[in-house]
Design a protein around this ligand. Structure first.
Ligand code: IVH
Length: 694
């Protein structure tokens, strides 16, 4: 059948074809670059790409952010050197509503124990929708420029960054001996339009939005290409800084300027939540007139001593927040509802939509959260729906459009059985809204999802063993539980048809995979724990548990014992500060299942879990000690005291027992203090604690 010319397609056809072509090209790319085993001729592959580019040129607003045309070079991770940031590059928590901003200010006041009359001054500025980078200057000379990467390790793009007019190779004036400057690379809207016009005229791929254009332009193997691209930079933060003399964030921004680094002119100091909200409204009004794209504003506590006290939660500072703008919306059709089964058995409905462009990105799927949400919104298949997209978050279905409803459309009935294994899927006890498949590991979806979680980046991080390969080995019957991964090499050696003889695999890709697996035979305790995929045990809880138990053996023994709610092991677990009863119960339930214990033991026969020594800051005397805070502290809040203690490598418990090493008693301490006296424990006053902690 003859192909319809790109310009003769209607919009829905174009969107659908782009989606199909994108997936097809991505699959060919993976076979070519990762597996080294292409399955199409170069000519056929080129034809697919040409067709995609032609449709994108005819329908520029349908260019998908994940389109192959948006990827620069195809195997980028292999082409840039890795660079470890001296201090991690963090992300920001988000605020959407005015209440979130009021709560942000209130939280800071509570944490710092500020009186109602003490103003907290915030540095506020637009949140640029670009990509963040890290510039290391030694004695004022640019020595390293890197992308953010995963926040810890980025890619070295020094030569490319050095081509930007906004990035000086030498800072002016008196500069610290070492400083990591952080900021955003972006492309102005008019520059983006010009670049895309030139790209289209030259038959080259156009970019979906300025952000992709900036990213694509920066990650060029040839810096001379970057030089021709109109990239700009704003500096807004810093990482490691030796000898930086400043008391306020705003002072540092002034220093940045004096050194010749551009900072955002829309900067303002705000003295109350009301002033923050006024700033937000002001910038939102100006948004369309700003020469660059922004997706909100950022507020940071101006006083650096307060920033230091506030510290971080997980990967975001307590002293800053991003206040996002109203999400972009569009109307489309709900074509169907898919039910996905996650690793804990949760049934999650996903809306399949007629593809539609929302703020420059084509959306074809959206989250529906759960059964109640579908009922509350009275969504039916075929409905017209309003969807919204904010930044990087998954698009959401906001509401159905009553005028577009087919009066005969039946109500949607949520399945009460697992669509994958057929086991019953009742709602959780305790009034939870989630239906869970009861099939456990006999449910293929759950088992595969758990394996996928196990090998994922923040867990075992096995390179070359992604979703696709897990599925592949599952289908072959070679892996059923995590331990099997570490026996893959033997399995392959003994197989009638080893991988090397199969389509899509080459000797080198097989060897690389086995090497990557071998490289993970030793693993940190928190990663190991997180990888098990126990409900409620995310990275933070995994870290807390690892620190409290020290070794995996001690931990597993304690969890098995904690099955008895009368046991000391259960009381110890339940009294770890930060581990609530729901988490404790989930962990104990996990180890109460013999098949889980078997799987963990089988895994431990294959891997070595490093014991977790408490992380120490400085030369602390309280490393590894268990501390209980009780009574009212005058000079810092409980939260701050707790954060400080953990930073120093201590464990904080909520109840006093014979395992407690130190009790810090504030004023009007009651029963815990009494118990401490009975047990003959060391009790410190608040001042003694401060002396120790500082
Ligand atoms: S401050 C520790 N200020 O937003 C806080 N970030 O969502 C450091 N961003 O990764 C970030 N404009 O890439 C800050 N004026 C601004 C920003 C900004 C854009 C980005 C940055 C960060 C992300 C967090």
């Amino acid at each position: 059948m003859a192909e319809v010319a790109a310009t003769d397609l209607d919009e829905a056809q174009a969107a659908a074809e782009l989606e199909r072509l994108g997936a097809e090209i991505a699959a060919h790319d993976a076979r070519y670059y990762q597996d080294d085993a292409p399955t199409v001729s170069d000519a056929d592959y080129d034809a697919l790409r040409r067709r995609l580019l032609a449709i994108e040129a005819a329908f520029p607003h349908l260019v998908r952010a994940d389109s192959p045309s948006q990827r620069v070079g195809a195997a980028p991770s292999a082409t840039f050197d890795k660079a470890t940031h001296l201090r991690p590059m963090l992300s920001l928590d988000n605020a959407f509503a005015a209440e979130d901003v009021v709560e942000f200010d209130a939280r800071i006041r509570r944490f710092l124990k500020l009186g109602p009359d003490e103003p907290v001054v915030f540095a506020a500025e637009p949140k640029i929708d670009g990509l963040s980078i890290n510039l290391t200057y030694r004695d004022g000379r640019l020595v390293l420029g890197a992308t953010r990467g995963d926040g810890f390790v980025g890619e070295t793009v020094t030569a490319n960054l050095a081509t930007l007019k906004d990035i000086p190779e030498r800072l002016k004036g008196a500069v610290p001996p070492l400083i990591e400057i952080r900021g955003e690379i972006y492309m102005a809207r008019h520059d983006f339009a010009e670049l895309n016009a030139a790209q289209a005229a030259a038959g080259k791929p156009v970019f979906a939005n300025p952000r992709n254009a900036a990213a694509g332009s920066l990650r060029q193997l040839d810096p001379e290409v970057t030089r021709t691209r109109p990239l700009r930079f704003f500096a807004y933060a810093w990482g490691e800084a030796e000898g930086l003399e400043a008391a306020r964030h705003s002072e540092v921004l002034a220093l940045f300027q004096s050194w010749g680094l551009p900072t955002n002119p829309e900067f303002r100091l705000c003295r109350s939540p009301e002033e923050l909200l006024a700033f937000h409204a002001d910038i939102e009004r100006k948004r369309a007139d700003l020469p660059y794209e922004i997706d909100g504003v950022v507020y940071k506590v101006d006083r650096l001593d307060w920033q230091a006290r506030l510290g971080f939660v997980a990967r975001a500072p307590r002293w800053a927040i991003a206040h996002k703008f109203q999400a972009e919306r569009a109307t489309t059709r709900l074509l169907g509802i898919d039910i996905q089964v996650g690793r804990t058995g949760a049934l999650t409905p996903v809306a399949r939509l007629e593809p539609v462009s929302v703020g420059g990105v084509v959306v074809a799927n959206a989250t529906l959260h759960n059964e109640d949400e579908i009922r509350r919104k009275d969504l039916r298949i075929g409905d017209g729906v309003i969807i919204q997209r904010a930044g990087d978050v998954i698009p959401q279905v906001v509401a159905m459009v009553p005028e577009m409803r087919d009066p005969d459309a039946p109500e949607y009935v949520f399945p009460d059985h697992c669509p994958v294994c057929g086991a019953s899927a009742p709602r959780d006890e305790g009034g939870d809204v989630v239906r869970r498949c009861t099939g456990g590991l006999t449910c293929e979806a759950q088992a595969v999802e758990r394996l996928r979680h196990f090998v994922s980046r923040r867990a075992f991080d096995i390179e070359g063993l992604g979703e696709k390969q897990v599925r592949f080995f599952w289908d072959l019957g070679w892996i059923r539980s995590p331990a099997d991964i570490f026996a893959l090499r033997q399995k392959n050696a003994a197989a009638e048809e080893p991988l090397e003889k199969r389509k899509g695999w080459k000797d080198r890709s097989v060897a690389n995979l086995f090497d990557a697996i071998e490289a993970r035979r030793t693993i940190s305790f928190p990663r190991f724990l997180f990888a098990l995929g126990i409900r409620h045990v995310g990275e933070e809880n995994a870290k807390l548990l690892a620190r409290n138990y020290g070794t995996s053996d001690a931990f597993i023994a304690a969890m098995v014992e904690a099955k008895d709610p009368e046991s000391q092991a259960w009381r110890d677990l339940d009294s770890i500060d930060g581990i609530g009863t729901a988490v404790a119960t989930a962990v104990v339930d996990f180890f109460a299942e013999p098949h889980n214990v078997d799987a963990v033991h089988a895994l431990l026969a294959q891997v070595t879990v490093e014991p977790e020594a408490a992380r120490v800051v400085g030369n602390s005397q309280i490393v590894g000690k268990t501390i209980v805070f009780t009574g009212t502290l005058e000079k810092m809040t409980r939260d701050e005291a707790k954060a400080r203690a953990e930073q120093l490598g201590a464990k904080v418990a909520s109840s006093v027992s014979s395992k407690t090493d130190l009790v810090v008693a504030g004023s009007s301490a009651g029963s815990k203090l009494k118990k401490a006296a009975e047990l003959g424990l060391t009790v410190l006053t608040e001042d003694e604690w401060l002396a120790l902690a500082n």
